[in-house]
Design a protein around this ligand. Sequence first.
Ligand SMILES: C[S@@+](CC[C@H](N)C(=O)[O-])C[C@H]1O[C@@H](n2cnc3c(N)ncnc32)[C@H](O)[C@@H]1O
Length: 232
Amino acid sequence: MGRTRDRLKKAIAQSRIPSSHGIRYANELLALGAWFREHAEGVPAFARNRDLYAHVNEEVLGDAPIDLFEFGVREGSTISKWMEVNSNPASRFFGFDSFEGLPESWRGGVGETPAGSFATGGAVPRLDDERVHFVAGLFQETLSAFLTQDYRPTGNRRVLHCDADLYSSTLFVLATMHPWLDPGSVIVFDEFDSPLHEFRAFVDYTSSYRRRFRAIARTGPLLARLAVEILE
Ligand SMILES: C[S@@+](CC[C@H](N)C(=O)[O-])C[C@H]1O[C@@H](n2cnc3c(N)ncnc32)[C@H](O)[C@@H]1O
């Protein structure tokens, strides 16, 4: 975990942010390092995101039909990769985004990505694949209604791709999707190495809802993207 230590030192040394935030960040970074050693050190690691998705699709999902929910679509780059990797005609791909960018600023250890980043000006991607369907709006305003009124489960295994960056958005998604996250469901996090955000949201979700899981695969020398399977 040399890189985690280096990031920690850099975060503290360069910190131009109030020390209470720096301390929170440092604590969560240490917790992420411990979590990594306990759960993910030995899992297959891939250099490219697409290779991670292909591994999950072939080795865990058996290239079977899936219902993939992506939270944070932007221009559709990731959901397109998933649709290439899983070409099963019975798969369905649901993409959720406000397309107005981050609803609040995304604050890391040193830097901050302002609210509104990643906006497409409201434009929804046009993808030539009838298996994909987009839901525009804040997750907090669209997801519950979609699940109760529009979503018709078919027996497809569910895959969540979480790329909303923020703790608030990620925790909301995990808690709202909870009744649909049966054992065998897969969750992929795009920025699991963001200690105050996706990592903390997953830890808070799994502890509050008493979920057991196993890490399946990751990218990077340590962690960046992470895939987990819900066990119970
Ligand atoms: C990093 S971008 C997603 C990148 C995308 N997966 C890709 O393939 O390029 C994060 C996205 O999350 C969306 N987002 C974050 N929180 C949200 C929320 N609560 N409701 C709706 N969209 C949200 C933002 O609008 C933004 O487009």
